[in-house]
Design a protein around this ligand. Structure first.
Ligand code: GTP
Ligand code: NA
Ligand code: MG
Length: 280
């Protein structure tokens, strides 16, 4: 094998925390969008995968999870796609059951965590109490003499966002995240569904290589040929490199979250790999 040429890739950041603590609002504030307003009952039903370009031109990939289930389910299927977890804790509500579950899932995955103490605009916000309660779960933030980064934010007032971005980029730098973009693509399904007009559609996070329109692939035990790629802004694109989430059209069936996508040289090879995977 020739030596692979590794290039810096964007960090993949998963946002976790208790229901209604402001995960989607925080991401909306970072992206300048309003996804929350369009959600039925204000509840996130599916995983959102987005890229944010910072003021300094760095790119960060964010996954917004409806619950820790999605994270643990993907991990159970062997897809450790997350580089960094942002634990969102509402400063008025404090540590709640799903906060603690998210902490445990993050620890089990061995992924570094940054704590975003949200809703700091509220008069009843008590960020210090959050830091103290985190100690009970062996999460020691810098202020308390530990090495977990924390930042006080308000998704509503859009405060603390630059500091949060800074901390993510700093953590990513330490991790030296790289991938080879010049090879056949590999990725993981973030979510998939049957779309009325478009057929089976999977949101895939490319891990290495570059996925292109026309590529032949296997996802789980399904094969296909990329008919179209749609980015997180709803635009059709010709290709997607490492850490880029894209919707893939041209699947023969609906795969499962966490399934591996592998680009292969031709359809005969795709059928072979799919048949092999079906036997597993
Ligand atoms: P689920 O996806 O349903 O688990 O919720 P979530 O964690 O994504 O929370 P979401 O962004 O839907 O926000 C829940 C509620 O908190 C909404 O009414 C938001 O407007 C509100 N909220 C979010 N961030 C802030 C904040 O910084 N300050 C205040 N005052 N309210 C906030
Ligand atoms: Na919500
Ligand atoms: Mg949400």
């Amino acid at each position: 094998d020739p030596v692979e040429s590794l290039k810096v890739r964007a960090p993949v950041v998963t946002i976790m925390g208790h229901v209604d603590h402001g995960k989607t609002s925080l991401l909306d504030a970072l992206r300048g969008t309003d996804v929350v307003a369009g959600e039925s009952g204000g509840i996130t039903q599916h995983i959102g995968a987005y890229q944010v370009t910072t003021k300094g031109g760095d790119i960060i990939t964010f996954l917004d999870t409806p619950g820790h289930e999605a994270f643990s389910e993907m991990r159970a299927r062997g897809a450790n796609v997350t580089d960094i977890v942002i634990l969102v804790v509402a400063a008025d509500d404090g540590l709640m059951p799903q906060t603690i579950e998210a902490i445990n899932h993050t620890k089990a995955a061995g992924v570094p965590m940054i704590v975003a103490i949200n809703k700091c605009d509220k008069p009843e916000a008590n960020p210090q109490k959050v830091r103290e309660r985190l100690l009970e779960h062996e999460i020691v933030v810098e202020d308390m003499g530990g090495d977990v980064q924390d930042v006080q934010v308000s998704a509503l007032k859009k405060t603390g966002l630059d500091e949060l971005i800074e901390k993510i980029l700093l953590q990513a730098e330490v991790m030296e995240l790289t991938a080879n973009p010049d090879r056949a693509a590999e990725g993981n399904v973030i979510e998939a569904q049957l779309d009325k007009g478009r057929g089976a559609v999977a949101t895939v996070l490319v891990r290495k290589g570059t996925l292109k329109v026309g590529d032949t692939f296997v996802i789980g035990a399904e094969s296909g040929k990329v008919r179209a790629l749609v980015n997180d802004k709803g635009q059709q694109v010709k290709f997607a490199g490492p850490s880029v989430p894209v919707e893939v059209l041209g699947l023969s069936g609906v795969p499962m979250a966490g399934d591996q996508m592998t680009v292969v040289e031709n359809e005969a090879r795709a059928r072979e790999v799919a048949a092999y995977r079906q036997e597993q």
